[in-house]
Ligand binder design. Structure first.
Ligand SMILES: Nc1ncnc2c1ncn2[C@@H]1O[C@H](COP(=O)(O)OP(=O)(O)OP(=O)(O)O)[C@@H](O)[C@H]1O
Ligand SMILES: [Mg+2]
Length: 262
């Protein structure tokens, strides 16, 4: 890795705005993330956290602002069309899409495919990987997730925690540069939550760059290099976990955090 690419943020988000009809959901969101860092995003329901992740991962289009991933610009800076942001050409968007992964709250596994097929389908179809190589990769990832004995099971035969570990393996199979999690544990019982948090922690130790939307405040504090607090479509506070959870005197943040310390 050359010096230049180490210094550039791997994810750059600047002045992102997004409305649904008259409802402006993202009002002006900016943050940077360096390679190997973990960002936790916290904030009340409806504050725009999922919308932000969906805009960055191209499941949703943004109205204006700038996003770059791994040195590739998703938006053509300074250019607009009918007042809206202009996106980069399709091949660049595809490349950016392939460099991001998203893990959903509800796992979203393909129910008619086995666990192993769920993991290998994208490497085979999207990356053109040959089947034996994809299979080896899939088995390797399953063993990392402690699920080597579930390769031939179907998603409905797994616990929620196991399904979520499969969906993390599936995201990792495309070797993303940045991995996004949208409340990865909120559909899980407390004991299954722990196993997912452990997996995410181990990815952080391996210096996987991650953005994690979570309501698990202790985890958000523990795993993150940076924490961002969103409320009503704006970044109200961001900084180190020590600052956001310990020192900030922001009133909206205090009110939000008080709800979790009961
Ligand atoms: N596809 C959509 N069409 C219209 N409105 C939407 C759409 N998606 C989200 N919204 C609205 O955008 C706002 C923000 O929603 P979003 O899901 O981003 O919030 P969130 O912070 O992820 O909340 P939660 O913590 O409950 O998951 C909400 O008012 C929601 O109703
Ligand atoms: Mg959400």
């Amino acid at each position: 890795m050359d010096m230049q690419s180490e210094k550039q943020p791997i994810l750059k988000v600047a002045h992102v705005k997004k409305s649904f009809g008259r409802n402006q959901v993202l009002k002006d969101i900016s943050f940077d993330l360096n390679a190997g860092e973990v960002l936790s995003i916290i904030g009340p329901s409806g504050s725009g956290k999922s919308t932000l992740l969906r805009c960055i991962t191209q499941l949703e289009t943004l109205d204006s602002g700038f996003v770059s991933v791994n040195g590739k610009d998703m938006i053509l800076a300074g250019q607009t069309k009918n007042g809206m942001a202009k996106y980069a050409q399709a091949s660049v968007l595809r490349e950016i899409r392939l460099s991001t992964g998203l893990v959903f709250q509800n796992f979203n596994l393909f129910p008619h495919l086995t666990v192993l097929q769920n993991i290998t389908i994208a490497p085979i179809r999207v990356l053109g990987m040959d089947r034996p190589a994809a299979r080896n990769l899939g088995l390797e990832l399953l063993s990392q997730m402690g699920l080597e004995n579930k390769a031939r099971a179907y998603p409905c035969e797994l616990s929620g925690g196991q399904q979520q570990r499969v969906s993390i393996a599936r995201a990792l199979a495309l070797q993303p540069k940045v991995l996004f999690f949208d409340e990865p544990t909120s559909a899980l019982d407390p004991e299954l939550t722990g196993e997912i948090l452990k997996v995410i922690k181990s990815l952080a130790e391996k210096k996987m760059t991650m953005v994690i939307v979570t309501h698990e405040m202790a985890f958000a504090r523990d795993v993150a290099d940076k924490v961002l607090f969103m409320d009503q479509g704006v970044v109200v506070e961001q900084g180190t976990p020590e600052f956001v959870f310990g020192q900030s005197e922001n009133e909206r943040l205090q009110t939000f955090l008080a709800r979790f310390s009961g």
